[in-house]
Ligand binder design. Structure first.
Ligand code: HEM
Length: 139
């Protein structure tokens, strides 16, 4: 497979994957902590406007680079329980983020009673995804 044979594809995709993780979890993690009550003096709407596009860029970077990493070792990754858990959590965490955006239709999502539980779920899931990603190599 080209991703495994090329001397640069895997290391390059790995570096891009880590940079994407910093972008994604950094951006969404700060938004989640703000929703959970950190930095009350910082305007939440302005933070949201600045960090949401960075989080989306991070997620797209993860999906693209993750696909290359997967292609290099697809057969064993497809049957790895850690990898399957990671994909399931990515789907759930992304659905959680999209649902939070949709709460906006009924007013300011940040004041919704579900906002804090959703922020806590988001933070926990993205951190778990980071840990599972790192653990794949040791399974
Ligand atoms: C559909 C999207 C994704 C795919 C297909 C994917 C796939 C992969 C693959 C195949 C690896 C290499 C595993 C190995 O060592 O053999 C990996 C590593 C990793 N992934 Fe992902 N990933 C995706 C999204 C994410 C996301 C969203 C995060 C974090 C929030 C993440 C965090 C990591 C981390 C931390 C590593 C370890 C990097 C290293 O140790 O150098 N991945 N991923």
């Amino acid at each position: 497979m080209w991703a495994a044979r090329s001397p640069v594809a895997y290391p390059l995709a790995n570096v891009v994957h880590v940079l994407g993780a910093v972008l994604l979890v950094g951006a969404i993690g700060i938004l989640d902590l703000r929703l959970l009550g950190a930095w009350p003096a910082l305007p939440a709407a302005a933070l949201d406007r600045a960090l949401t596009p960075l989080g989306i860029a991070g997620l797209l970077t993860m999906l693209a680079s993750g696909t290359v990493l997967f292609a290099a070792d697809a057969a064993s990754l497809a049957t790895s329980a850690i990898f399957q858990w990671k994909l399931l959590l990515i789907a759930l965490a992304t659905a959680n983020a999209l649902l939070f955006r949709r709460l906006r239709a009924g007013g300011d999502a940040r004041t919704h009673p579900a906002a804090r539980p959703m922020a806590l779920a988001s933070l926990s899931m993205w951190l778990a995804i980071l840990v599972l990603g790192r653990l794949i190599a040791y399974a």
